[in-house]
Design a protein around this ligand. Structure first.
Ligand code: PEP
Ligand code: MN
Length: 376
């Protein structure tokens, strides 16, 4: 059961304290306070965990500070969509809104290599009106002898350059909890020129200790990638780990599934799950066409497979696109084979724009249809 409190409830008020005292007296039920800090107001929710079947919704809604009561199923308590659950989705971070209605492209380097390429990338993004980017500093690699990323050393200059070109959010994978502090320190040291969305990669989707660490901080939102060899349910539960620890600012990323049935692509593209994840949870959904498709091959119509896959995800309602670009893909230290070039950026964004427009038209058509059905 979730108690949604009145907006801006003060946690040091006597009403709030008397609510907690009441909840502490409930036998077999523990509670956890969860706060969402928005730009305009703070929302407080209390999760009641344990045997809540005997609790009456009416009685609970009459307790001090309580605005609404939601009875939830066991699955995805915080991030899921429940019956009669009208809670809004999404969050605001560093001036950018992320929700199931928003749309942002995070183009950039799979792996940071040198300041020149990072600067060329950010400059191209700014020229094309973009405020978000991807940059990899910590790279989990299959081969132990492959380049593992510059790690903490590159963070100060990456963040400074991001700020210089008006980039507000950089998606950056971390693979260890100490990386959270390294990112925070580098931001402090450089005067917070940009923001960071912590990315948990597909190899760490079920790294529960990492999920708990990342979930216990609320400074940075999180992009959690789907595990490439586990069920969707298992990956959604991984997202719920973050939220259950206190951070519900989570974007869910689809990046293809490992299966030789997806050949010749790197992974089997799973973007048909965009609307599924939006239906099952309140998370914004990201697609990663680069790591799904993995190659730059072009279809006979002149459109590369990975641009086709992007459009398929966007037409299905994706809220974010994470995509690899590089000024010179042949010299990229990681995943050059799937990187688009800076010259291709304006056309890529144009193509994405057509797909987004098509999605919005589809939503309007569906709304008309629904209205007609309801009028019958
Ligand atoms: C990445 O985005 O750079 C990455 C390694 O992705 P994934 O975890 O999906 O393989
Ligand atoms: Mn990569």
């Amino acid at each position: 059961m979730i108690l949604i409190l009145q907006p801006d409830t003060e946690t040091d008020s006597s009403e709030f304290q008397s609510l907690l005292t009441h909840l502490s007296g409930l036998e077999g039920v523990s509670h956890r306070v969860h706060q969402v800090f928005g730009e305009e107001r703070t929302l407080t929710e209390i999760y009641l965990i344990g045997d809540t079947r005997a609790l009456s919704e009416t009685e609970m809604s009459e307790l001090p500070c309580v605005q609404r009561v939601i009875r939830v199923s066991d699955a995805y308590r915080v991030l899921g969509r429940h019956k009669d659950d009208a809670r809004t989705s999404g969050f605001q971070y560093n001036g950018i809104n992320f929700s199931q209605d928003s749309f942002h492209v995070f183009a950039g380097l799979c792996a940071v290599d040198n300041p020149t390429n990072v600067e060329r990338m950010f400059a191209a993004l700014q020229q094309n009106g973009q405020q978000c980017a991807r940059m990899g500093a910590y790279k989990p690699r299959t081969n132990p002898y492959s380049f593992q990323g510059h790690g903490a050393d590159c963070l100060p200059w990456v963040f400074e350059l991001a700020g210089k070109y008006g980039i507000r959010v950089v998606a950056m994978e971390i693979t260890h909890d100490r990386h959270i502090d390294e990112v925070a320190q580098a931001l402090e040291q450089t005067g917070n020129p940009t923001g960071v969305m912590l990315q948990i990669g597909t190899r760490n989707t079920q790294n529960f200790e990492l999920l708990k660490h990342v979930g216990r901080q609320t400074r940075f939102p999180v992009l959690l990638k789907r595990g490439f060899g586990i069920t969707l349910e298992e990956s959604l539960n991984a997202a719920e780990y973050l939220a259950s620890e206190g951070n519900s600012q989570v974007v869910f990323g689809l990046r293809g599934m490992k299966s030789s049935l997806g050949d010749p692509h790197r992974n089997f593209v799973d973007f048909a799950h965009v609307p599924t994840v939006k239906r099952m949870t309140r998370m914004p959904v990201c697609i990663d066409p680069s790591h799904s498709v993995g190659i730059r091959t072009r279809a006979p119509d002149g459109i590369p497979d990975l641009v086709h896959a992007t459009a398929q995800g966007v037409v299905a309602g994706a809220n974010m696109v994470l995509v690899d670009f590089h000024p010179e893909p042949e010299k990229a230290l990681v995943d050059g084979a799937q990187a688009l070039t800076l010259e291709e950026l304006p056309w890529f964004l144009e193509d994405v724009g057509y797909a987004r427009e098509a999605y919005q038209k589809r939503c309007r058509a569906a709304a008309r249809q629904l209205q007609a059905e309801q009028a019958q």
